[in-house]
Design a protein around this ligand. Structure first.
Ligand code: GLC
Length: 530
């Protein structure tokens, strides 16, 4: 049993969470002042996105100094205040470690491009052009174009799986490994409780830098994401050597009782499973239900399969983050999208693992519409339709100017389609709001954690349904659009939570078989269980 087994995660996109100094940009003191919201909601594991010095080409995922704070977000003292307040409230904090690449303004890279024999040259992946002058291989960047940019100074190309301003580190170099071990030790010494590891399936590359097999034709109308998916990423990602790096990190983390949570963003859960285990990562974020259209039957069976693949709780269940359209939007919008999200969350709340909310998910927020000339995200600049700004707009706190996010007349990213009913304050005052339905769910999860013992037993394989028993607790989720009747295990079961209406104080007895409304979930407790 570890401290994160029963935790509920909450991702804060720092730039858009809360602004304390009126510059229109979220910051650490703003976050500190709003941590009460997490405590009230019942989230006790914060992941805060990168706050490091950075030219912000990818809004902080281009790090220029791993050990400091960008002035937009405060300074190290503000960080310490935030961490101390978290701990006072019983919230643990994960920071975002970005090891696959640095910023092109990181001193290591500035030195690396100073000359072929510079001290940090081998911190990065430089290669001479092919005989025709082109890039060394066929790898492409996630954000469009080749994964190689020519360094005019030396005539060699350097590798970048994201922007040219995000050069990839050379993880075959022991000096790079030592740098990160020291960065990790430094933050653990400062008191953080662990790391969310960016692009955790990246880092090591094939030593021969072989071409990736191309599996689909590439046409000019394809988005960067589609072009990326036209290759099998066997040589640039998912390399077995990366496991050796995590083996080292695990020793350091375990020494501090710290959590390693990987962004293992791969298509197949059995592949992400390989990153977990005794000498790997403790948790991998689950991406199984992202980036695909709603399909109740496929979603239910994929969730069941993932839970079976990591029965001891290796996945951090999530349907939302700062890179994807918001789930309510993806799942059909409005009440339908919200009900579907909550029905999935009823399963997340009971499956072994550590579920993660993304800021605003608890408000049932939909994506904002971003006008073309207000696009900030580099992905959005490359392909407007694919941009990530719509899910990154400022957190709506209370009715009024800028919905309580900032005192500036304009936030760094406008959210023209938000209104007062979507704010935390309005929803706190409104029983039955998405906020209360999520909070009640987390309350039920927490209260029943001592009863949720024993192995998971599936109750039905009804299509579109995820239904299981763990000890004295049953979780039922009907993702489909029709009511279903489910035969409960023997005994008397009382409803403790219903996603349509929230927490039930009397624990009303269910009819057997339990009738599950479309797009809904329930948590039941065995009567008399303590
Ligand atoms: C991860 C982050 C994303 C970032 C990318 C490159 O996928 O979640 O926001 O752009 O890594 O660092």
């Amino acid at each position: 049993m570890t401290w994160w087994d029963n935790a509920v995660g909450y991702e804060v996109y720092i730039r858009s969470f809360a602004d304390s100094d009126g510059d229109g940009i979220g910051d650490l003191d703003g976050l500190t002042a709003r941590l009460d919201h997490l405590a009230w909601l019942g989230a006790d594991l914060l992941w805060v996105t990168p706050f490091y010095p950075s030219p912000l080409k990818d809004f902080g995922y281009d790090v220029a100094d791993y050990l400091d704070v960008h002035p937009n977000y405060g300074d190290l003292e503000a960080f310490d205040r935030c961490l101390a307040r978290c701990h006072e409230l019983g919230i643990r904090m994960l920071i975002d470690l970005v090891p696959n690449h640095t910023s092109d303004q990181h001193p290591w890279f500035l030195d690396a491009i100073a000359g072929r024999h510079s001290a940090h040259r081998d911190y990065y992946i430089f290669r001479p052009p092919r005989s025709d002058g082109g890039p060394p291989n066929n790898w492409v960047s996630h954000f469009g174009g080749p994964a190689w940019t020519l360094d005019p100074n030396s005539g060699e190309y350097y590798c970048h799986l994201f922007l040219p301003e995000q050069p990839d580190l050379n993880w075959a170099n022991p000096a790079v490994q030592a740098e990160f071990e020291s960065i990790i030790a430094s933050w653990l010494g400062r008191g953080v409780d662990g790391f969310r590891i960016d692009v955790a399936h990246g880092l090591c590359k094939d030593p021969a830098l072989a071409d990736n097999p191309q599996i689909a034709e590439i046409t000019p109308d394809m988005s960067p994401r589609e072009v990326f998916a036209a290759f099998e990423h066997v040589y640039d990602l998912e390399r077995p050597e990366t496991g050796d790096i995590y083996r080292q990190w695990r020793r350091i983390a375990d020494h501090h009782d710290a959590l390693l949570l990987g962004e293992v963003n791969v298509g197949d859960v059995s592949v992400s499973r390989q990153y977990l285990g005794e000498d790997g990562l403790h948790r991998a974020l689950y991406f199984g239900l992202n980036d695909r259209p709603w399909d109740a039957e496929a979603f239910a069976s994929d969730l069941r399969r993932a839970a079976e693949i990591a029965p001891d709780g290796g996945f951090s269940w999530a349907i939302s983050n700062h890179d994807e359209p918001r789930p309510v939007t993806r799942f059909g919008g409005g009440g339908v999208g919200l009900d579907r999200s909550l029905a999935i969350w009823v399963a997340f709340a009971g499956l072994p693992g550590t579920p993660f909310l993304y800021q605003g998910e608890e408000l049932g927020l939909e994506d904002c519409v971003i006008e073309r000339d207000d696009v900030h995200d580099p992905v959005g600049l490359a392909s407007y339709e694919e941009g990530r700004d719509p899910c990154r707009t400022p957190m709506p706190w209370e009715p009024g100017e800028q919905l309580g996010f900032t005192t500036a007349s304009r936030a760094w990213l406008a959210s023209p389609t938000r209104d007062a009913t979507e704010t935390v304050a309005a929803q706190r005052d409104q029983p039955g709001s998405p906020l209360h339905r999520f909070r009640d769910l987390l309350t039920a999860r927490r209260e029943m954690s001592p009863l949720r013992r024993g192995p998971l037993e599936w109750i039905t394989d009804e299509p579109g349904v995820v239904a299981f028993r763990r000890g004295e607790v049953v979780h039922l989720s009907n993702l489909g659009d029709h009511p279903v009747a489910i035969d409960l295990p023997p005994g008397e079961w009382g409803i403790r939570y219903d996603s349509g209406s929230g927490l039930k104080s009397e624990g009303k007895k269910t009819e057997i078989p339990a009738a599950l409304a479309p797009r809904s979930g329930m948590i039941l407790r065995r009567s008399g269980s303590t």
